[in-house]
Design a protein around this ligand. Sequence first.
Ligand code: PLP
Length: 432
Amino acid sequence: MTPSAPARADAPLPGTPFVAYRAGQLMLEDVALAELAQRHGTPLFVYSRAAMLGALAAYQRGLAGREALICYAMKANSTLAVLKVFADAGCGFDIVSGGELERVLAAGGVAGKIVFSGIGKTRAEIRRALEAGIRCFNVESLAELDVIDEVARACGRRAPISIRVNPNVDARTHPYISTGLKGNKFGIAHEQALAAYQHAARLTGLQVVGIDCHIGSQITEVAPYVEALDRVLDLVGAIEAAGIRIRHIDLGGGLGIDYAGDTPPAADALWAALLARLDARGYGDRALMIEPGRSLVGNAGLCLTEVLYLKPGEQKNFCIVDAAMNDLPRPALYEAFHRIVPLRQPAPGASATTYDVVGPVCESGDWLGRDRPLAVQPGEHLAVLSAGAYCMSMASNYNTRPRAAEVLVDGGEARVVRQREAVQDLWRGETA
Ligand SMILES: *Cc1c(COP(=O)(O)O)cnc(C)c1O
């Protein structure tokens, strides 16, 4: 089990470079988290701008000197202030719905840097994306090619497209977040990809610009990426031999983060390996696109929660907190592990009790951490770490629980970037 406190005072907590205890207080950058919890209440998501930009910088270093566009996969965390950090840093965005398109445009994202993924794009979404002038549709089926062609011709445009190919590579991750195997619903099978490109090239509403794949999420090894790249390059060779030029190669996202002692490669190390392969195979001149989500925001965020009750039991002790599966759905959804630490550093030698940390929602699946040694009392606060990705963006109102507030930290400054939802907001539009 991962220890709940760092080995020495002031050392950053594992995986989260800007989280550390200072004088016994948990800090994010130069902000004391206990003060934020007092001022804004809990549950409260808090994000570090420096951590996001630091994660982005690793990709930028890895891709330096190449024609490359980093498209942040915004479904990981689509809060406007988070999008703005990446838009200001020059990023593009990977979107998966018309809602995400409007959201990222509202945050100042540039349409010409947006790629649109997803297997179920509606005609209305396609039309709106064409009118906005997005960079590329990442197409996931033959039927979708025909629909995009039809919509584009109807509005007098040519839609830039890339086909998402399924390289049939095992990303060796959780089955719910593995997407590059034959049994997955995503992409067009490797074997059918050439025919799909030939079909696309004949459609006058389309312009073939690239090829893409995305093999899964929370990937912690380099090898599956190299395998996927090899498979994609095999196809680029075949497609270009058929006279269809592939201008960009998009290798998707999926790089993992350290949740529980995981050791994914650094983004720059991963890209050193991929660029070496690309060059060796003679495709070093192609424009590159990538779609990282989790690895840009996951370890930049945490969720503060108050201990409500301690409930000792014969088989289990429960630490009941005010955050729940509606705020932090990953444990319930994937049995995911998040480190959980107290905001006040326990005294050396303080005796810890082992708890299951659970929320108030009426589901046995509503747990945030199992068998955690903690020395806490009701009224004290905990931080659930690595909560920047696939937490707030997946939050729901189950049990009529308003969604949490969010704060963005930059150095010693902390700014509320999303107000806590009011309970009256929850039945807006309803009729009794
Ligand atoms: C979700 C998704 C991503 C981002 O995945 P991460 O694991 O968060 O990096 C990238 N591309 C596509 C098509 C996706 O669906």
